[in-house]
Write a protein that binds this ligand. Structure first.
Ligand SMILES: [Zn+2]
Length: 111
């Protein structure tokens, strides 16, 4: 049994199915970063950045700063077992197919 430094060694579980992942077992770490995209365009540039920021703050006035931060940037780290990892990857690649993998084959349309 290896203990990797000060890493938290709480019993790892698969984020999705809850299966226990004892140390040394095959597991997959999924790191997801979700952040607000910026394409270089500012809406209503005439107003200047200060005005825009003011507006933004007005918009979000009263909302929880933590929530606001989440809207801009959020990071998840998930641990998955092998089979959930496989399904997860499939769903990321084919989100439109939904969780039940309805594979319809419309005439002549590939992909
Ligand atoms: Zn799992």
């Amino acid at each position: 049994m290896k203990n990797k430094g000060s890493e938290e060694v709480s019993q790892a579980r698969c984020f999705r199915c809850g299966k226990e992942l004892p140390p040394g077992s095959l597991s997959y770490v999924v790191n997801i970063e979700v952040f607000a995209g910026f394409d270089g365009y500012l809406i209503e540039p005439k107003e200047g950045l200060d005005e825009q920021l003011k507006k933004l703050f007005e918009q979000v006035e009263g909302s929880n700063p933590e929530e606001l931060e989440k809207e801009v940037y959020e990071e998840f780290t998930l641990v998955l077992c092998k089979s959930c990892r496989d399904r997860f990857i499939e769903e990321i690649k084919h989100p439109w197919e939904g969780p039940f993998k309805i594979r319809t084959h419309p005439n002549g349309i590939l992909h």
